[in-house]
Design a protein around this ligand. Structure first.
Ligand SMILES: [Zn+2]
Length: 299
């Protein structure tokens, strides 16, 4: 899908919504990320070349240098890999890192993700990913607070946290949201996973990216705020309730469940629910399956 920018960026007046996604492009253009990587379909090459030209960005095709052995080179749907950035040397360093090894700290840092978030992600991947979803792990690492920055809501960002058995469920949740007008690929402010929902570096980046959206993609910004700035009750990776409502004092008040949609139906009737009652919802459930509330209504 092509979206017209509310204001031109250099010579650019419209952009596609995927490959690269809105968030990555915004992070690159606001200087948060020195390099973005994306995979792309061969037929989209003219668009991408033109995009780089109009934005005065350099690009590099790592597979041409390092073959397909890097972790991102899994021949997914026959797509190719592309790195885009302001400086050739950043692209070369990222390509060399990509050619050397799988998901590493170096690769994460070269792409501009906060070091704290890179470390937490790698720790999860190595030590927890087989039994605990990243959202639950991130919640465990988050200091308790009344609310968190909506720009860090990654409940429906499934990038980099899918496991081999997930394909069917992921497709299902993607389809449900797509049919209702919410393509999951762009339903996030920051494209990476924060180390905690209180990560200051990620929150600062989210502010910058969201300000960019407000100027250039105002409708997208409004949609994101509407669906991400909500209290979410998370039961599991594909089971969460994104409430149309808010937390007021010690109560969750909501009129229904809205986007992003998960695969579960709400067992809760709209109205007001004491937070202490929300906390008791986990009683009787196995350890690690208790639901938890993430109130993404800050900002
Ligand atoms: Zn962090």
């Amino acid at each position: 899908m092509i979206t017209r920018l509310a204001k031109k960026i250099g010579a650019l007046s419209e952009i596609r919504d995927t490959d690269p996604g809105f968030s990555d492009l915004a992070a690159l253009l606001t200087g948060i990320k020195p390099v973005l990587y994306t995979d792309f379909d061969g037929a989209d090459w003219p668009y991408l070349k033109d995009l780089c030209l109009k934005l005065k960005m350099e690009y590099l095709l790592p597979e041409a240098l390092f073959g397909r052995k890097g972790f991102k080179a899994a021949p997914k749907y026959g797509k190719k890999m592309l790195l885009i950035g302001r400086k050739k040397k950043d692209l070369e360093a990222a390509a060399a890192s990509w050619g050397r090894a799988e998901t590493t700290r170096e690769w994460g840092l070269l792409l501009g993700y906060p070091p704290c978030c890179v470390d937490a992600y790698l720790d999860w991947k190595e030590n927890y990913s087989e039994r605990t979803d990243l959202i639950r792990r991130t919640h465990e690492l988050t200091p308790a607070a009344k609310k968190y920055h909506f720009g860090l809501n990654n409940v429906c960002n499934f990038f980099s946290r899918l496991t081999p058995g997930d394909a069917a469920l992921y497709r299902k949740v993607g389809d449900i949201n797509y049919k209702k007008g919410f393509p999951l690929a762009n339903m996030h402010v920051i494209s990476w996973h924060p180390c905690s929902y209180a990560c200051k570096k990620s929150a600062a980046a989210a502010d910058k990216i969201f300000s960019f959206f407000k100027v250039y993609l105002p409708e997208h910004a409004a949609m994101l705020r509407a669906v991400l700035a909500r209290p979410v009750l998370v039961y599991g990776k594909y089971e969460f309730l994104s409430f149309e409502g808010k937390v007021v004092k010690d109560e969750l008040r909501f009129s229904g469940v809205g986007a992003p949609y998960s695969l579960m139906d709400s067992p809760l009737r709209p109205g007001a629910l004491k937070l202490s009652a929300v906390a008791r919802l986990g009683a009787g459930r196995p350890a690690g399956k208790e639901p938890f509330l993430l109130n993404f209504s800050a900002k």
